[in-house]
Design a protein around this ligand. Structure first.
Ligand SMILES: Nc1ncnc2c1ncn2[C@@H]1O[C@H](COP(=O)(O)OP(=O)(O)OP(=O)(O)O)[C@@H](O)[C@H]1O
Ligand SMILES: [Mg+2]
Length: 247
């Protein structure tokens, strides 16, 4: 057990550790338990494909049709490499507090969930306020918060015609906020009070742990922020998160 030299009680340290552990487990579950090792292994063959295709493209006398195909192989391999680097970056667990750009983080997560949105034919709209200041926090935890809320919204919109709107804006008194709205089935009033409870889920066993929003709320509050939800059955759901610029 760690000591409390930094002025924190042992209890606070333990619950922070637990929270981090839960956040990490939940993140890994959301990512389909993709292990960082597998992703890492993918990078080696991808870099061979990228450099070999570039070498072929530099050769003289390659027929135009072959050049075109090699160039497509190169582009797709670069795209995969970009994705795997993103996954590795996501699963790194290094507790770093830094100045984080909320809009860039939203872009990163939407990019990351592109496939999940596309396979449900969900239209994703963004309204990002480009005047936002940076916020000082652990960027990986912010990614986790966004991932949990957006993934829930996508999972709620399995039917055709799903629309997701992600907005960012300046909040009141030195804060920034983001709002995530879906046009899914909404949450019944009797359930709404329970969605942040630990292990509360309406998903089939194996499909959800019920930890996502519990962890999300705990993380937001540990950053000094606030999370609110409004929902109407048949009318969709909106989550609004406000985070102070400096904790
Ligand atoms: N956007 C949403 N639309 C409709 N229901 C939602 C939405 N977001 C959350 N919920 C409800 O809240 C419940 C709890 O969400 P939470 O993220 O904590 O767990 P989960 O998604 O069920 O499981 P896990 O996050 O582990 O996959 C969900 O099971 C679902 O019933
Ligand atoms: Mg969830």
């Amino acid at each position: 057990m760690k000591d409390s030299a930094a002025g924190h009680s042992n209890e606070a340290i333990i619950s922070a550790d637990l929270l981090r552990q839960l956040a990490y487990n939940d993140k890994m579950a959301e990512l389909g338990k993709i292990s960082a090792g597998v992703v890492h292994e993918l990078n080696a063959p991808l870099s061979v494909i990228i450099s070999a295709s570039q070498m072929i493209l530099r050769e003289e006398g390659v027929p135009e049709v072959v050049q075109e195909m090699i160039s497509r192989i190169n582009t797709e391999a670069q795209r995969l490499s970009h994705l795997t680097k993103g996954l590795l970056n996501f699963s790194s667990h290094d507790d770093t507090i830094s100045e984080v750009d909320l809009n860039l983080t939203v872009d990163f997560i939407l990019n990351f969930l592109n496939f999940e949105a596309a396979r449900r034919a969900v239209i994703v709209l963004k309204q990002l306020d480009c005047t936002l200041p940076t916020i000082r926090l652990d960027g990986n935890l912010l990614k986790q918060i966004l991932l949990n809320i957006i993934m829930n919204a996508l999972q709620a919109m399995e039917e055709n015609g799903g629309k997701l709107l992600v907005e960012t804006s300046n909040g009141a008194s030195d804060s920034v906020c983001f709002i995530i709205t879906d046009n899914g089935p909404g949450i019944p009033i009797e359930t709404l009070d329970r969605i942040f409870d630990r292990y509360f889920t309406t998903k089939k066993p194996g499909d959800g742990t019920g930890l996502g929003l519990f962890v999300t709320k705990s993380l937001v509050e540990s950053m000094g922020g606030e999370i609110k939800v409004t929902s109407r059955v048949g009318g969709g759901t909106t989550f609004m998160v406000t985070l102070p610029i400096r904790q």
